[in-house]
Design a protein around this ligand. Structure first.
Ligand code: EPZ
Length: 432
């Protein structure tokens, strides 16, 4: 698998267009098979997670017609199976959203149990609690989740944990149920609101998405729609932090500034200047970044998916900083890789204690997951010397043309097959 080769030290400057939100698009694709009529989704990011979920719904019989790189037509009328095999859940965890939509439409669904991953155990007890509250019987056997219901009836559901996935899955199952469903303590992320907006455009009746209580009045059926995915606030935040960590001046375009508020607030905390426009946000790095304290929280708090990128910026920020990860139990696996680049970082329980250094130094590192991979790439961009980042396949799960966009901002980054010694030699000679 190709790796990123980066010569650090170039301040990133310029404007980059942000794609549609991966974590919203995954929910919208699952929702599309709740109706037999055509659903057109625009502004899809061309990333492997999205392409895998489109393959998954095609595998159970949906028609998936690519209109262009970022637009697809889905026709759920031909769905002929409610059983999704292990191949998909092992590759894309969010295929478990098909539990909600298949249960919601067919009153039955079978999806392989999603395993944990490097960032945590990631149980699905709240998903199951919601399905059972709607009247489904859920069995876990042979590594499969088997859900079935004679009927689905609205209910009052209180989530013990704020969960994006459980909120989305229960919305998908409840939208065609008989009667009213109230979801208390739901996730309020923009992608939850995006799903509610698309379902309402299909004839659903959902109120309160993005607040502490979501109310769903079940409807008999849903109809076609033509819907556009919201911009990806995590991709946008990643480029803003890349601008900050490299001492640059970066504008992210096609964004909703409101969705970036917790991210831009922390950038100002560490000494950057932020300018907000209608559909763009600009960050200008201060002459010297300074440390701060941050804790990841459910939206509208500072997002856990921005935790690694924030940590990298703090490794080159003056003073002592702390980053507390309150969402996942094991999301600092990349800290050892940063330490190999000269970062002074200590992990105590779920908190990283960071002492800023003047510069990181290039090294060969390996990405353990999607967002840590993006963060290690940022570290390479900020470091002195050459950094080689392995695990690019993780990064490509959630970032479209990541290296291409970084090069357009002035980064000296190439994607090279590690077997291609000649290309590597050429890159290193150019850097020496
Ligand atoms: C979604 O994961 C995102 N993935 C994650 O993004 C993101 O980090 C996470 O939400 C938090 O924002 C997608 O949207 C595809 P949760 P999800 O359920 O839904 C616990 C990325 O990089 N929990 O909100 O799996 C869980 O263990 C990915 O794009 C339960 O205890 O996250 C965690 O501690 C990484 N029981 C917390 O809740 C449950 O039934 C939040 O998890 C469900 C979750």
């Amino acid at each position: 698998m190709e790796q990123y080769f980066i010569k650090g030290g170039n301040p990133l400057k310029g404007t980059v267009d942000i794609c549609g939100a991966k974590n919203a698009a995954l929910a919208l694709i699952a929702a599309a098979i709740l109706t037999q009529e055509p659903v057109v989704i625009s502004n899809l990011p061309d990333v492997s997670d999205i392409n895998l979920l489109l393959d998954a719904i095609a595998q159970i019989g949906a028609v998936v017609e690519r209109i262009d790189r970022h637009k697809v037509k889905i026709i759920g009328a031909t769905v002929h199976s409610c059983v999704l095999n292990y191949e998909y859940i092992s590759k894309i965890r969010a295929s478990y959203y098909l539990l909600g939509s298949l249960l919601g439409r067919f009153h039955q669904a079978e999806v392989a149990m999603p395993g944990g991953c490097v960032i945590g155990a990631r149980p699905i007890d709240q998903h199951i609690k919601g399905f059972e509250a709607l009247g489904a019987v859920v069995d876990l056997e042979d590594g499969q989740i088997k859900a079935r219901a004679d009927a689905l009836t609205g209910n009052h559901i209180y989530f013990d944990v704020v969960s994006v996935g459980a909120t989305i899955n229960v919305m998908l199952a409840a939208v065609l149920a008989d009667g009213n469903t109230i979801i208390e303590n739901p996730a309020k992320e923009p992608h939850v609101v995006d799903l509610a907006n698309m379902l309402n455009s299909m004839g659903a009746h959902i109120r309160g998405a993005g607040t502490d209580v979501i109310r769903i009045r079940g409807v008999k059926s849903l109809h076609k729609t033509d819907y556009t995915v919201i911009p990806d606030q995590i991709e946008a935040g990643t480029f803003l932090f890349a601008g900050a960590a490299t001492g640059g001046d970066v504008t992210v375009n096609n964004v909703i500034p409101k969705h970036l508020e917790s991210i831009t607030a922390k950038l100002e905390d560490i000494g950057c200047f932020i300018e907000e426009y209608d559909e763009a946000v600009r960050v200008v790095a201060g002459p010297q970044l300074h440390g701060t304290q941050v804790k990841t929280l459910p939206y509208p708090g500072f997002p856990t998916d921005m935790q690694p990128q924030m940590t990298v910026a703090l490794t080159v920020s003056e003073g002592i900083s702390t980053v507390t990860e309150s969402i996942f139990e094991n999301r600092f696996k990349y800290a050892g890789e940063l330490a190999r680049m000269g970062a002074r970082i200590k992990i105590e329980a779920n908190t990283a204690i960071i002492t800023g250094v003047k510069h990181l130094k290039g090294a060969q590192v390996s990405a353990p997951d999607l967002r840590a991979g993006a963060a290690l790439t940022i570290a390479g961009l900020a470091a002195q010397g050459v950094t080689q980042v392995g695990g690019v396949e993780y990064i490509q799960r959630g970032y479209e043309d990541f290296d291409v966009k970084l090069r357009s901002l002035g980064a000296d980054i190439r994607k090279i097959d590690p077997a291609d010694q000649e290309a590597i030699e050429q890159f290193r000679q150019k850097c020496s």
